[in-house]
Write a protein that binds this ligand. Structure first.
Ligand code: GCB
Length: 604
């Protein structure tokens, strides 16, 4: 699915701002036939949970309504009119006046509604969106609904981050010609000093048979560097400037549809020329070994929840650069498209993760990891869950396939890969991902109950990403014992699978301002010592290819006795102030990046 962009033949109108807002429990189930009768207004993009001083809204389980009027620009006669949502968490029903025009399930991927013929240029229509935050065994991520003694629904889920909901990304009304570029796929390679650009264009609409496709690649100065004809082909860019970690360079693929000698549609797809490959135990970008330094992140800020915010985007990337991070994982769901565009432009490497977090009933068994009932049983996460997971994977790859910053897909976070049924569940998903994108390696993040001895899926993937909390959830405060078991564990993965291993999570909750001369959990010194212990181990393992600390910043969680106003494993606080560990990481990573070629040239 193409990102909405204006072009000589396309316009976009932003619909962000304040929309009328109401809970369905207060206004009923069918407000789209009329004006929403509510005094509340909610901003788009934002999660709605933290906006109001009202526990009923924060803890609401079910549908909320958003509504606003939209005027279609006068000049859009004879155009195709499309409404585009960056994301609605987790399911949406979209009404134009009283007509249902779109439904979508999956809270972190975009969708569109074609309104051509439904709305009139120059006229206003009432746009109403029902937003459902419920998670079940047939949503990704999954969750469980129950009802309390007061008769109200309760939601529980198997991940710790708070289940923020709402219209968290931008909404746009877009025009395209009636014969239009529907999709573009770009894959790049190298031939000596030249860049090879494999492209495929899909077109749709009224006059598809009459339309010819013309493409050209332009460089950052706008100069044409290669040209081609037809819906697919290979362009050759002589003396190509590569997209590199820490040194981004983007070309544009200008795609034009020509009918009867006229440009019917025009769309420019940014792309970077780079290669990605796992060879032996190395991760190669442009043929050079790449060592990941960075974090697992969250889309999480005060008040806005998971709403996209450009100010935090810019600031977070500044802090990544400041710490010497060259990469991050979109834990635990696809992030806003603006984030990936920014990573493309600024040379930050991304591991792009699906929203499949919590496919693991073992976490309910606490530290024993013994599931109360098998995770992959049909009544839990069976074929129906996998179908939804597959659909989500399709939407993710379709959305993000052209981003040079995205170097690997992560299919799930901490699934029960140690349980029977895991292989049957994941094998078809791995096949699907490889079919949809043969160019990028695959990984998943392994939970602590999945060991080198009992994991059932590691051989299906290219990189083993390991989440471990030795020294935190186990051997708390005893870093010497933690160091011993961590090393044994990581070496076990290398030995069994012979694949590259990286740490996709390691971290310790830390209260800023708490200090101690002892190994005292929660103190700033303990977080630094804990990370330093992990780094000693990583540096002893040659097959190791990267370290992503959990987490970049503190983030909000659901209520729980082991969380005090959220998860505090951030190296930065929720409002992005550094804890002591941030300075320690900065010293290590800026030093590492200087020593290891291809690790990105983060600026000191
Ligand atoms: C994990 C999860 C992550 C949690 C983290 C923690 O293993 O992948 O989502 O936030 O542990 O801090 O407990």
């Amino acid at each position: 699915m193409l990102s909405p962009r204006s072009s000589p033949t396309r316009d976009t109108v932003g619909l962000d701002g304040l929309w009328r807002f109401a809970l369905d429990t207060r206004v009923g189930a069918a407000p789209w036939t009329s004006r929403l009768d509510s005094p509340l207004e909610a901003p788009v993009p934002a999660s709605y949970n933290d906006l109001f001083v009202d526990a009923d809204i924060r803890d609401h389980v079910g549908v909320v309504w958003y509504q606003r009027e939209v005027r279609v620009p006068r000049g859009w006669a004879d155009e195709r009119v499309v409404l585009r949502f960056g994301s609605v968490t987790h399911a949406a029903q979209v009404y134009v006046d009283d007509r249902l025009v779109a439904e979508h399930t999956g809270g972190y991927t975009p969708f569109e509604a074609d309104l051509t013929g439904t709305v009139e240029p120059g006229e206003e229509f009432r746009l109403t969106v029902g937003v459902d935050n419920r998670l079940t065994n047939e949503t990704i991520p999954p969750g469980t609904l129950s009802s309390g003694p007061d008769g109200r629904q309760r939601q529980s889920y198997l991940h710790d981050f708070y289940n923020y909901a709402g219209i968290a990304r931008s909404v746009r009304l877009c025009s395209t010609p009636t014969t239009f570029v529907e999709d573009i796929t770009v894959a790049t390679g190298r031939d000596g000093a030249a860049g090879m650009v494999d492209y495929r264009v899909e077109i749709a609409g009224e006059a598809v048979d009459l339309a010819a496709v013309r493409v050209r690649a332009i460089d950052e100065a706008g100069r044409t560097v290669a040209e081609g004809h037809g819906p697919e082909g290979v362009l050759r860019i002589e003396d190509v400037t590569l997209w590199q970690p820490g040194a981004a360079y983007l070309y544009g693929l200008v795609v034009e549809l020509v009918t009867a000698g006229e440009t019917a549609d025009s769309y420019t797809q940014p792309f970077g020329v780079r290669t990605v490959e796992v060879r032996g135990t190395q991760f190669l970008i442009n043929g050079e070994p790449f060592y990941f330094t960075g974090f697992g992140k969250h889309e999480d800020t005060p008040v806005r929840g998971k709403g996209h915010d450009d100010a935090y985007l810019v600031h977070d990337f500044q802090l990544l650069e400041w710490t010497g991070a060259n990469s991050f994982r979109t834990s635990h769901y696809p992030y806003a498209e603006e984030v990936l565009d920014f990573a493309d432009r600024h040379g930050i490497v991304v591991i792009d993760e699906t929203a499949a977090v919590g496919l693991n009933l073992g976490v309910m068994g606490g530290l024993t990891g013994v599931p109360p009932t098998p995770t992959f049983a049909p009544e839990n996460f069976g074929g129906a869950t996998r179908d939804v997971h597959a659909q989500h994977l399709r939407e993710l790859i379709e959305r993000d396939k052209n981003h040079p910053s995205v170097v690997m897909w992560s299919l799930a976070n901490e699934p029960a890969s140690n349980e029977d049924g895991a292989r049957e569940y994941f094998e078809p998903l791995v096949e699907l991902a490889r079919k949809l994108d043969p160019t990028r390696p695959l990984t998943y993040s392994a939970v602590m109950f999945a060991t080198p001895q009992n994991d059932q899926i590691g051989d299906l993937f290219d990189v083993l990403s390991i989440n471990r909390y030795y020294g935190w959830y186990v051997f708390t405060g005893d870093l010497a014992t933690a160091e011993h078991y961590l090393e044994q564990d990581l070496r076990g993965w290398v030995q069994r699978f012979g694949k590259p291993v990286m740490m996709s999570e390691y971290g310790a909750d830390t209260q800023p301002g708490l200090h101690s001369v002892w190994d005292a959990p929660w103190s700033e010194e303990y977080q630094s010592d804990y990370l330093a212990m992990y780094h000693r181990v990583f540096d002893r393992i040659p097959e190791f290819l990267g370290e992503h600390v959990w987490n970049f910043a503190d983030f909000q969680t659901s209520a729980g006795i082991h969380r005090v106003d959220g998860n505090k494993k951030g190296v930065f606080t929720r409002d992005r102030k550094p804890k002591a560990a941030a300075f320690a990481l900065r010293r290590r990573w800026l030093g590492l990046n200087r020593r290891k070629p291809g690790s990105g040239t983060a600026v000191g």
